[in-house]
Design a binder for this molecule. Structure first.
Ligand SMILES: [Zn+2]
Ligand SMILES: [Zn+2]
Length: 168
């Protein structure tokens, strides 16, 4: 599960970061590695607790700064879900996100073909798409198994405690 940066990766990321006028500090490297290791789209707080295990002296503010730097350099992306704290994704391929309303997982959804956007979307004529973001909501395979199917569920006792929370 642990995935260390290879030498070439470190090299190319060092260059990427240097091009923007940043140094690839140990702290940034640890933060970046935490993102690569477990691609579950952690929040800054989650990244902080993962990095802290290896680097007890790091502060939450530093982790925030590192994440912002990585995002600015294009090594990570913000993933924003309504009303929730920003999450971070190191997957730089174009992809969508699937949000599980059961367990809160955020799963990468790769595009099958990058070049046929027009076949799926009715994009306004003569416009130029530079970036697109697609979001899916629903239940991940594990949570889907726990969802009652329509046929087997009596219509009384709708499972109200299973509703996704929608607090403002
Ligand atoms: Zn789930
Ligand atoms: Zn992602």
């Amino acid at each position: 599960m642990q995935r260390m940066l290879t030498e070439t990766e470190t090299q190319s990321y060092t260059e990427t970061i240097a091009k923007r006028g940043f140094r690839f500090t140990k702290q940034r490297q640890e933060v970046y590695q935490a993102l690569l290791e477990k691609r579950d789209h952690p929040t800054a707080i989650e990244v902080y607790s993962r990095v802290k295990a290896r680097m007890p002296s790091i502060s939450l503010a530093t982790v925030y700064n590192c994440l912002e730097t990585l995002t600015e350099c294009g090594l990570a992306k913000h993933v924003n879900i309504d009303r929730a704290p920003s999450r971070y994704c190191p997957n730089l391929e174009e992809h969508g996100h699937f949000y599980c309303e059961g367990c809160g997982a955020v799963i990468d959804v790769p595009f099958k073909s990058k070049s046929h956007l027009e076949e799926t979307w009715d994009i306004p004529k003569d416009s130029i798409v530079v970036h697109h973001e697609v979001a899916f909501r629903g239940y991940c395979p594990a949570c889907a198994k726990q969802q009652p199917t329509e046929s087997s569920q009596p219509e009384t006792e709708a499972n109200s405690q299973n509703q996704p929370q929608s607090q403002p």
